[in-house]
Design a protein. Structure first.
Length: 288
């Protein structure tokens, strides 16, 4: 039995939209927003993503774990790669900047002096990253919660991809919830045998050794399940000729309207970027 994300029909406008049109919009949105580092342009995409998210009628309760993971990655990337090391700002923030905090200290063992300078430009770049990452995350995060899992394969096939790629994407979308199901079943089975996950103590090596009764069965189950799927597909000569799909969709007028809007958005963004608009910008009043 296939396992899927927590999809349910919400009778929203997004449920009535062809999933192929939704993917075209999502990809055009992604390639459009990455053209800009100007927060004024990014706020337009932020508002567009907020409207798109509201149309889906997905609640925060349903996606709170996914958002927790997004915020964790975003925080680590911004704090470590932007504020501390300024590696993420390389090539975008030009010039020494206007410092707001300076720290100089010496490492005793190697007798090396380290200088840390935090500038207004770097802080504004961190804020710009947040405004840039959140819309992208919101656009793609709601897809598995609002897309009928029976249409995964046909959607990519309808976009012009070969059957192998379409079916691979179908399995990829189901992999994480399948892994979660296997982990839950393994945890319950090990608890029935007296395993206490709440009392895992000791150092890092000891903790890894103690959780082996969970990691090893889940990993082996995932590998064996993949091999069974490959063997079943080979026995049915999958990929030798064109396949048919049980569930199909058809475009409506609002799907064509969404596709046209997506293409116009992408073309406009690329043209503006070529003309030099949308580069990193800091409010002059903030610097003064």
């Amino acid at each position: 039995m296939f396992v899927t994300w927590g999809y349910r029909f919400r009778n929203s406008l997004m449920d009535k939209t062809d999933p192929r049109a939704r993917w075209i919009f999502s990809l055009c949105f992604l390639f459009s927003i990455v053209q800009f580092w100007d927060i004024r342009f990014l706020l337009v995409f932020f508002a567009l993503a907020a409207v798109w998210y509201a149309i889906s009628r997905v609640t925060f309760h349903e996606t709170r774990r996914a958002w927790t993971f997004v915020f964790f990655l975003m925080s680590m990337m911004i704090i470590v790669n932007t504020i501390i090391t300024s590696g993420g700002a390389a090539g975008v923030v030009v010039g020494p900047g206007h410092p707001v905090f300076e720290l100089n200290f010496q490492i005793p063992l190697v007798h090396r002096e380290v200088s840390f300078v935090l500038t207004i430009e770097r802080l504004w770049f961190a804020l710009t990253q947040v405004v840039r990452i959140l819309p992208i995350s919101g656009i793609f995060l709601i897809i598995p919660f609002t897309m009928d899992p029976r249409l995964y394969g046909f959607t990519f096939k309808g976009l012009g991809f070969p059957d192998r790629f379409a079916f691979s994407m179908d399995l990829a979308f189901r992999y994480v919830p399948t892994l979660a199901r296997d982990f839950s079943a393994t945890l319950d089975a090990q608890k029935a045998r007296g395993y206490e996950i709440e009392r895992v103590e000791g150092g890092l090596i000891t903790q890894v050794r103690r959780v082996a009764p969970l990691i090893i069965p889940v990993t082996m189950s995932s590998i064996l399940g993949g091999e069974d799927m490959i063997n079943a597909m080979d026995l049915r000569c999958f990929g030798l000729r064109a396949r048919t799909w049980v569930y199909t969709t058809s475009y409506h007028w609002f799907d064509y309207l969404l596709i046209v809007f997506s293409v116009v958005m992408l073309v406009t963004s690329v043209v503006l970027s070529i003309l030099g608009y949308g580069r990193f910008w800091v409010p002059p009043a903030l610097i003064s």
